[in-house]
Write a protein that binds this ligand. Structure first.
Ligand SMILES: Nc1nc2c(ncn2[C@@H]2O[C@H](COP(=O)(O)OP(=O)(O)O)[C@@H](O)[C@H]2O)c(=O)[nH]1
Ligand SMILES: [Mg+2]
Length: 244
């Protein structure tokens, strides 16, 4: 049974997680009438933070730590992870669940994954709508996690501001990112896994590369983190807040 626009307005205002989850399912499955769900929502200007980067870079770990810092500030946070629904990815999804485990039952944290089903047009429209819904549901921040492997992530990055590109000091990733176009759309560059020996060298190289590429108009930020020990997380949050 689909909801009426009135039910949506009331349910979203209450911010009930179960209701939000059901509503997102309707949107995700493109149920009849779901396209109109967000037509009368207030469109609050809630920041949408985008996290992208190669699989395994530590996006989920970083987000889990950041959520911790935000919850400490009494903030309410919604985390959306966008996953291409392929069999190989199920393992990663499970990994995300483990990484985010401590937040699954927290009353200030709403976590949800969206499958992309390889259908780009539908995907973007759906994400827009889900984000809009969440922006009306009383959250202080919405965090989007996408795997930075293709053009769809560049499009998702357009919804988010700032977009955080998570890189790791491993050969190949950097080159992959530069090719993907994500390098251009990112506002904040995170060098994660700074506990690795090559991290400083990688960060220096990244700084040089960005200095060579970026125009004077675009200020770039590089933050070094070790997500699993929460090192650099508060610094990252400070930088994110500058995009207010
Ligand atoms: N050594 C180290 N491992 C990390 C760090 N951040 C994340 N990891 C590990 O890297 C793996 C992938 O992390 P995950 O957050 O799932 O990456 P995602 O695919 O980008 O979301 C996990 O085993 C994490 O525990 C870090 O700063 N240092
Ligand atoms: Mg992840």
């Amino acid at each position: 049974m689909l909801y009426s626009i009135q039910e949506i307005k009331e349910g979203v205002k209450k911010g009930d997680f179960l209701f939000l989850s059901k509503t997102i399912s309707h949107i995700e499955n493109q149920e009849e009438g779901a396209a109109a769900y967000t037509s009368e929502l207030p469109m609050d200007k809630v920041p949408v933070l985008g996290f992208t980067g190669p699989p395994g870079a530590g996006k989920s770990t970083l987000i889990a730590s950041l959520v911790g810092a935000l919850v400490n500030e009494q903030k309410k946070v919604a985390v959306l992870s966008v996953d291409p629904s392929s069999v190989i990815h199920e393992g990663a999804l499970l990994g995300d669940r483990i990484r985010m485990r401590e937040w699954y039952l927290h009353p200030s944290v709403f976590i949800r994954s969206l499958a992309t089903r390889g259908h780009l047009g539908g995907l973007i429209q759906n994400i827009d709508q889900v984000v809009l819904l969440l922006q009306s549901a009383g959250f202080d921040y919405i965090i989007l996690e996408t795997v930075g492997v293709g053009q769809s992530e560049v499009q998702v990055a357009k919804i988010a501001y700032p977009t955080v590109l998570v890189l790791v000091p491993e050969a190949g990733d950097e080159i992959q990112m530069m090719k993907s176009g994500l390098f251009e759309v990112a506002n904040i560059y995170v060098v994660n896994k700074c506990d690795r020996p090559e991290a400083q060298k990688f960060a220096n190289h990244l700084k040089q590369t960005l200095a060579d590429r970026s125009s004077a108009a675009k200020k770039t930020y590089i933050v070094q983190t070790t997500a699993n020990t929460k090192e650099g997380i508060l610094e990252l949050l400070d930088v994110i807040k500058q995009f207010g």
